[in-house]
Design a protein around this ligand. Structure first.
Ligand code: MG
Ligand code: MG
Length: 236
């Protein structure tokens, strides 16, 4: 899983270098697919439940599951890129939101808070804690900054499948859920909205957007529970 996770991180580092005003989301997706396959791995999202691309690419008010297409990425937008890999039958899953050129102070703050909420959640991913400690830590950061925490979509266990038990909500109480034990691996992935937490799914059946049209950010890591604390597998 560390190998799969590391390749996801390298892919997202490549995206940071490549993403720019004027390219289409499809062009970015093809770069991602080529990068993953050139490392001898398989893009986990391709054909997953019929998803037609290798990455989910979601712009501004798109929260997650955006389908790469001919849309042109523009300066001032924030673009969430979610990538999964399969290496020797094990999965890695991570997402980052990128600023394209100069973006507004408000969007910068949303991105920073979302990443901060992820790291606060990861810090609670320790054996003996309830899973809800992770969820509550994410929620506390995002709501203290005045943002909406998406409830309809959650993180997940991960291993030989991309989505395993348990679900990992980004809201809840520290007393909720199962006790975390060494050897568990979870994908923690706050989806944080500038406005309302409410979302809706577009007619394409995939793209999730904010109900009020305000921007959203998404950061995700695959994290193993170890005897020595949280072990982030999706680092380069
Ligand atoms: Mg993901
Ligand atoms: Mg995930």
């Amino acid at each position: 899983m560390r190998r799969a996770g590391r390749l996801v991180a390298l892919t997202l580092d490549m995206v940071a270098e490549s993403i720019k005003d004027g390219m289409t989301t499809k062009q970015l997706d093809l770069l991602i697919e080529d990068f993953i396959r050139s490392h001898g791995a398989v893009p986990a999202f391709k054909d997953y439940q019929g998803f037609p691309a290798s990455a989910c690419i979601s712009i501004d008010d798109e929260v997650v599951h955006g389908i790469p297409n001919q849309r042109v990425i523009k300066e001032g937008e924030i673009v969430s890129v979610d990538v999964g890999t399969i290496v020797d039958d094990f999965y890695g899953d991570s997402a980052r939101t990128y600023a394209v050129g100069e973006v507004s102070v408000a969007k910068r703050a949303l991105m920073a808070s979302t990443l901060k909420s992820l790291m606060a959640g990861i810090d609670k991913a320790r054996k003996g804690n309830k899973l809800g400690a992770v969820s509550a830590a994410v929620q506390a950061v995002a709501e203290a900054d005045g943002y909406g925490v998406v409830r309809q979509l959650v993180g997940h266990g991960i291993g030989r499948k991309m989505h395993e038990e348990p679900q990992v909500p980004n809201f809840g109480l520290p007393s909720d859920g199962p006790v975390l034990e060494t050897g568990m691996v979870i994908a923690i992935e706050p989806m944080i909205n500038m406005g309302t937490h409410k979302v809706k799914t577009m007619p394409d059946g995939w793209t999730v957007v904010t109900a009020d049209g305000q921007p959203s950010a998404h950061f995700e890591h695959t994290v193993a529970i170890s005897d020595n604390g949280p072990d982030i597998l999706t680092l380069a």
